[in-house]
Design a protein around this ligand. Structure first.
Ligand code: ARG
Length: 276
Protein backbone atom coordinates (compact mmCIF):
# COMPACT_ATOMS: atom_id res chain seq x y z
CA UNK A 1 0.00 0.00 0.00
CA UNK A 2 1.06 3.60 -0.52
CA UNK A 3 -0.12 6.42 1.76
CA UNK A 4 -2.23 9.04 -0.09
CA UNK A 5 0.01 11.88 1.05
CA UNK A 6 0.11 13.35 -2.46
CA UNK A 7 -3.31 12.09 -3.54
CA UNK A 8 -5.16 14.70 -5.65
CA UNK A 9 -7.48 14.76 -8.63
CA UNK A 10 -5.37 16.88 -10.97
CA UNK A 11 -6.30 15.10 -14.23
CA UNK A 12 -9.24 13.04 -15.37
CA UNK A 13 -8.68 9.63 -16.92
CA UNK A 14 -11.91 7.95 -15.85
CA UNK A 15 -15.51 9.15 -15.37
CA UNK A 16 -15.17 9.26 -11.57
CA UNK A 17 -12.45 11.92 -11.66
CA UNK A 18 -14.17 15.30 -11.51
CA UNK A 19 -11.68 18.15 -11.40
CA UNK A 20 -14.24 20.41 -9.76
CA UNK A 21 -14.48 18.15 -6.69
CA UNK A 22 -11.47 18.78 -4.47
CA UNK A 23 -10.00 15.96 -2.43
CA UNK A 24 -9.69 16.25 1.34
CA UNK A 25 -6.19 14.81 1.73
CA UNK A 26 -6.39 14.58 5.51
CA UNK A 27 -9.62 12.61 5.29
CA UNK A 28 -8.14 10.41 2.57
CA UNK A 29 -5.16 9.73 4.85
CA UNK A 30 -7.42 8.85 7.77
CA UNK A 31 -9.57 6.51 5.68
CA UNK A 32 -6.52 4.89 4.12
CA UNK A 33 -4.90 4.40 7.54
CA UNK A 34 -8.06 2.69 8.74
CA UNK A 35 -7.84 0.28 5.81
CA UNK A 36 -4.18 -0.47 6.56
CA UNK A 37 -4.94 -1.00 10.24
CA UNK A 38 -7.88 -3.19 9.31
CA UNK A 39 -5.58 -5.53 7.35
CA UNK A 40 -3.12 -5.61 10.24
CA UNK A 41 -5.86 -6.41 12.72
CA UNK A 42 -6.88 -9.32 10.49
CA UNK A 43 -3.33 -10.63 10.78
CA UNK A 44 -1.94 -9.52 7.41
CA UNK A 45 1.42 -7.87 6.82
CA UNK A 46 1.34 -4.48 5.11
CA UNK A 47 4.40 -2.94 3.47
CA UNK A 48 4.30 0.73 2.58
CA UNK A 49 5.59 2.29 -0.61
CA UNK A 50 7.02 5.83 -0.34
CA UNK A 51 4.56 8.33 -1.88
CA UNK A 52 5.74 10.56 -4.73
CA UNK A 53 4.66 14.21 -5.16
CA UNK A 54 4.26 13.92 -8.95
CA UNK A 55 2.25 10.69 -8.86
CA UNK A 56 -1.13 11.37 -7.23
CA UNK A 57 -2.56 7.97 -8.27
CA UNK A 58 0.34 6.01 -6.75
CA UNK A 59 -1.99 5.28 -3.82
CA UNK A 60 -3.65 2.75 -6.17
CA UNK A 61 -0.86 0.22 -5.83
CA UNK A 62 -2.89 -2.64 -7.30
CA UNK A 63 -2.04 -1.19 -10.70
CA UNK A 64 1.72 -1.69 -10.35
CA UNK A 65 1.84 -5.27 -11.57
CA UNK A 66 0.76 -8.82 -10.93
CA UNK A 67 2.70 -10.95 -8.46
CA UNK A 68 2.35 -14.72 -8.51
CA UNK A 69 4.72 -17.07 -6.72
CA UNK A 70 7.26 -14.26 -6.50
CA UNK A 71 7.28 -13.66 -10.24
CA UNK A 72 6.22 -10.17 -11.17
CA UNK A 73 4.75 -8.95 -14.42
CA UNK A 74 5.23 -5.20 -14.13
CA UNK A 75 2.58 -2.82 -15.39
CA UNK A 76 2.71 -0.66 -18.49
CA UNK A 77 0.26 2.15 -17.88
CA UNK A 78 -2.23 3.38 -20.45
CA UNK A 79 -2.01 7.10 -19.60
CA UNK A 80 1.16 9.23 -19.54
CA UNK A 81 0.06 10.74 -16.21
CA UNK A 82 0.73 7.36 -14.61
CA UNK A 83 3.76 6.13 -16.60
CA UNK A 84 6.14 7.01 -13.77
CA UNK A 85 4.44 4.66 -11.34
CA UNK A 86 5.71 1.58 -13.17
CA UNK A 87 9.31 2.44 -12.28
CA UNK A 88 8.47 3.00 -8.61
CA UNK A 89 6.92 -0.46 -8.43
CA UNK A 90 9.73 -2.07 -10.38
CA UNK A 91 12.36 -0.63 -8.04
CA UNK A 92 10.42 -1.79 -5.02
CA UNK A 93 10.14 -5.36 -6.33
CA UNK A 94 13.78 -5.51 -7.37
CA UNK A 95 14.95 -4.25 -3.98
CA UNK A 96 12.75 -6.77 -2.27
CA UNK A 97 14.33 -9.49 -4.40
CA UNK A 98 11.52 -11.07 -6.36
CA UNK A 99 12.50 -14.16 -8.31
CA UNK A 100 11.81 -12.65 -11.70
CA UNK A 101 10.60 -9.23 -12.78
CA UNK A 102 9.43 -8.53 -16.30
CA UNK A 103 8.14 -5.18 -17.48
CA UNK A 104 5.19 -5.93 -19.75
CA UNK A 105 5.42 -5.23 -23.48
CA UNK A 106 1.72 -4.67 -23.84
CA UNK A 107 -0.28 -2.19 -21.82
CA UNK A 108 -1.65 -3.73 -18.62
CA UNK A 109 -2.52 -2.08 -15.33
CA UNK A 110 -1.58 -4.92 -13.01
CA UNK A 111 -4.21 -6.22 -10.66
CA UNK A 112 -6.51 -3.51 -11.92
CA UNK A 113 -7.12 -5.83 -14.86
CA UNK A 114 -5.77 -9.20 -13.66
CA UNK A 115 -7.40 -11.43 -11.07
CA UNK A 116 -6.21 -14.82 -9.83
CA UNK A 117 -8.49 -17.81 -9.33
CA UNK A 118 -7.50 -21.34 -8.33
CA UNK A 119 -7.30 -22.35 -11.97
CA UNK A 120 -7.03 -19.30 -14.17
CA UNK A 121 -6.01 -15.72 -14.48
CA UNK A 122 -8.89 -13.47 -15.42
CA UNK A 123 -7.86 -10.52 -17.56
CA UNK A 124 -9.98 -7.47 -18.29
CA UNK A 125 -9.45 -5.31 -21.38
CA UNK A 126 -11.31 -2.61 -23.24
CA UNK A 127 -10.39 0.60 -21.44
CA UNK A 128 -6.88 0.26 -20.06
CA UNK A 129 -5.17 -3.06 -20.69
CA UNK A 130 -4.41 -4.11 -24.24
CA UNK A 131 -6.28 -7.08 -25.73
CA UNK A 132 -2.77 -8.53 -26.15
CA UNK A 133 -2.07 -8.42 -22.39
CA UNK A 134 -3.83 -11.73 -21.59
CA UNK A 135 -1.57 -13.65 -23.98
CA UNK A 136 1.52 -12.02 -22.51
CA UNK A 137 0.43 -12.92 -18.97
CA UNK A 138 -0.32 -16.49 -19.99
CA UNK A 139 3.15 -16.89 -21.46
CA UNK A 140 4.86 -15.33 -18.43
CA UNK A 141 2.99 -17.17 -15.69
CA UNK A 142 2.19 -20.38 -17.54
CA UNK A 143 -1.41 -20.22 -16.41
CA UNK A 144 -4.49 -20.23 -18.61
CA UNK A 145 -5.85 -16.75 -19.01
CA UNK A 146 -9.50 -15.92 -19.56
CA UNK A 147 -9.86 -12.59 -21.39
CA UNK A 148 -12.93 -10.55 -20.46
CA UNK A 149 -14.19 -7.50 -22.34
CA UNK A 150 -15.20 -4.45 -20.30
CA UNK A 151 -17.80 -2.16 -21.88
CA UNK A 152 -18.92 0.40 -19.26
CA UNK A 153 -16.51 3.32 -18.68
CA UNK A 154 -17.44 3.53 -14.98
CA UNK A 155 -16.01 0.01 -14.67
CA UNK A 156 -12.81 0.68 -16.57
CA UNK A 157 -10.74 -1.93 -14.70
CA UNK A 158 -11.64 -5.57 -14.06
CA UNK A 159 -11.25 -5.00 -10.30
CA UNK A 160 -14.09 -2.46 -10.36
CA UNK A 161 -16.46 -5.15 -11.61
CA UNK A 162 -15.25 -8.51 -10.29
CA UNK A 163 -13.67 -9.87 -7.13
CA UNK A 164 -12.24 -13.35 -6.50
CA UNK A 165 -13.30 -14.37 -3.00
CA UNK A 166 -11.36 -17.56 -2.36
CA UNK A 167 -9.04 -20.10 -3.89
CA UNK A 168 -11.63 -22.82 -3.96
CA UNK A 169 -10.28 -24.74 -0.97
CA UNK A 170 -12.03 -22.90 1.85
CA UNK A 171 -15.20 -24.93 1.74
CA UNK A 172 -13.64 -28.30 2.39
CA UNK A 173 -15.14 -28.35 5.84
CA UNK A 174 -18.16 -30.64 5.99
CA UNK A 175 -21.65 -29.20 5.99
CA UNK A 176 -22.97 -32.24 7.82
CA UNK A 177 -24.26 -33.84 4.63
CA UNK A 178 -20.94 -35.06 3.40
CA UNK A 179 -20.80 -32.06 1.10
CA UNK A 180 -18.91 -28.85 1.47
CA UNK A 181 -20.15 -25.44 2.45
CA UNK A 182 -18.65 -23.92 -0.66
CA UNK A 183 -15.71 -24.00 -2.90
CA UNK A 184 -15.07 -27.57 -3.90
CA UNK A 185 -15.85 -26.59 -7.46
CA UNK A 186 -13.20 -23.87 -7.54
CA UNK A 187 -12.95 -20.21 -6.69
CA UNK A 188 -15.99 -18.21 -5.69
CA UNK A 189 -16.32 -14.80 -7.35
CA UNK A 190 -18.66 -11.84 -7.21
CA UNK A 191 -19.20 -9.62 -10.24
CA UNK A 192 -21.43 -7.07 -11.91
CA UNK A 193 -22.65 -8.41 -15.28
CA UNK A 194 -23.42 -4.93 -16.68
CA UNK A 195 -19.71 -4.16 -16.85
CA UNK A 196 -18.98 -6.95 -19.35
CA UNK A 197 -19.57 -7.56 -23.04
CA UNK A 198 -22.32 -10.13 -23.82
CA UNK A 199 -19.82 -12.85 -24.71
CA UNK A 200 -17.74 -12.27 -21.60
CA UNK A 201 -20.88 -12.32 -19.48
CA UNK A 202 -21.69 -15.73 -20.93
CA UNK A 203 -18.15 -16.90 -20.12
CA UNK A 204 -18.54 -15.77 -16.51
CA UNK A 205 -21.88 -17.59 -16.19
CA UNK A 206 -20.29 -20.73 -17.56
CA UNK A 207 -17.18 -20.62 -15.37
CA UNK A 208 -18.83 -19.35 -12.19
CA UNK A 209 -22.46 -20.57 -12.06
CA UNK A 210 -22.52 -20.03 -8.27
CA UNK A 211 -21.13 -16.50 -8.31
CA UNK A 212 -22.57 -13.66 -6.28
CA UNK A 213 -24.13 -11.45 -8.94
CA UNK A 214 -24.03 -7.82 -7.81
CA UNK A 215 -26.75 -5.23 -8.35
CA UNK A 216 -25.93 -1.97 -10.09
CA UNK A 217 -26.14 0.13 -6.90
CA UNK A 218 -23.51 -1.98 -5.13
CA UNK A 219 -21.31 -1.97 -8.21
CA UNK A 220 -21.58 1.84 -8.40
CA UNK A 221 -20.45 2.01 -4.77
CA UNK A 222 -17.39 0.08 -6.06
CA UNK A 223 -18.49 -2.81 -3.85
CA UNK A 224 -16.70 -5.27 -6.14
CA UNK A 225 -13.44 -3.44 -5.52
CA UNK A 226 -12.87 -5.62 -2.49
CA UNK A 227 -10.05 -7.70 -1.01
CA UNK A 228 -10.69 -11.17 0.35
CA UNK A 229 -8.34 -13.38 2.32
CA UNK A 230 -10.64 -16.32 1.70
CA UNK A 231 -12.72 -15.55 4.77
CA UNK A 232 -12.77 -11.81 5.50
CA UNK A 233 -13.95 -9.65 2.64
CA UNK A 234 -12.89 -6.02 3.07
CA UNK A 235 -15.20 -3.86 0.95
CA UNK A 236 -16.58 -0.31 0.64
CA UNK A 237 -19.23 0.22 3.29
CA UNK A 238 -21.77 1.72 0.90
CA UNK A 239 -22.14 -1.64 -0.88
CA UNK A 240 -24.73 -2.86 1.63
CA UNK A 241 -26.45 -5.21 -0.81
CA UNK A 242 -23.40 -7.48 -0.87
CA UNK A 243 -23.34 -8.14 2.88
CA UNK A 244 -26.05 -10.81 3.02
CA UNK A 245 -24.97 -12.74 -0.07
CA UNK A 246 -21.42 -12.83 1.32
CA UNK A 247 -22.56 -14.05 4.74
CA UNK A 248 -24.79 -16.70 3.14
CA UNK A 249 -21.72 -18.18 1.50
CA UNK A 250 -19.76 -18.21 4.75
CA UNK A 251 -17.67 -15.07 4.23
CA UNK A 252 -17.29 -12.34 6.80
CA UNK A 253 -17.75 -8.88 5.27
CA UNK A 254 -15.59 -6.11 6.74
CA UNK A 255 -16.96 -2.74 5.56
CA UNK A 256 -14.65 0.29 5.40
CA UNK A 257 -15.15 3.90 4.29
CA UNK A 258 -12.91 5.07 1.44
CA UNK A 259 -15.18 7.82 0.08
CA UNK A 260 -12.28 10.21 -0.63
CA UNK A 261 -10.48 7.64 -2.75
CA UNK A 262 -13.67 7.07 -4.72
CA UNK A 263 -13.22 10.58 -6.15
CA UNK A 264 -10.42 9.15 -8.28
CA UNK A 265 -12.36 6.01 -9.16
CA UNK A 266 -10.71 3.71 -6.65
CA UNK A 267 -11.47 1.85 -3.46
CA UNK A 268 -10.25 -1.04 -1.30
CA UNK A 269 -8.76 -3.29 -3.96
CA UNK A 270 -7.19 -0.44 -5.92
CA UNK A 271 -5.29 0.60 -2.79
CA UNK A 272 -3.97 -2.92 -2.24
CA UNK A 273 -1.34 -4.83 -4.18
CA UNK A 274 -1.33 -8.47 -3.13
CA UNK A 275 2.06 -10.17 -2.91
CA UNK A 276 1.42 -13.80 -3.58
N1 ARG B 1 -7.39 7.30 -10.89
C1 ARG B 1 -6.90 5.98 -11.14
C2 ARG B 1 -6.99 5.68 -12.61
O1 ARG B 1 -7.94 6.06 -13.24
C3 ARG B 1 -7.65 4.98 -10.34
C4 ARG B 1 -7.07 3.61 -10.40
C5 ARG B 1 -7.89 2.61 -9.65
N2 ARG B 1 -7.21 1.37 -9.53
C6 ARG B 1 -7.77 0.18 -9.74
N3 ARG B 1 -7.08 -0.87 -9.45
N4 ARG B 1 -8.95 0.05 -10.27
O2 ARG B 1 -6.12 5.07 -13.18
Amino acid sequence: MCPPEHFRVTYSINPWMDLSKPVDVRLAMAQWSDLRDCYRSLGHTVDELTPHPDLPDLVFTANGGLVLEDRVLGARFAHPERYGEATVHEEWHRERGCVEFQRAQHTNEGEGDFAVTDRWLLAGHGFRSSPLAPQEAQEFFGRPVIALGLVNPRFYHLDTALCVLDDGTAGDGADGDGGSVRGREGSTVMYYPGAFSPGSRAVLERLFPDAIVAEEADALALGLNAVSDGHHVVLPQAAVGLLEPLRERGFEPVPVDLSELLKAGGSVKCCTAELR
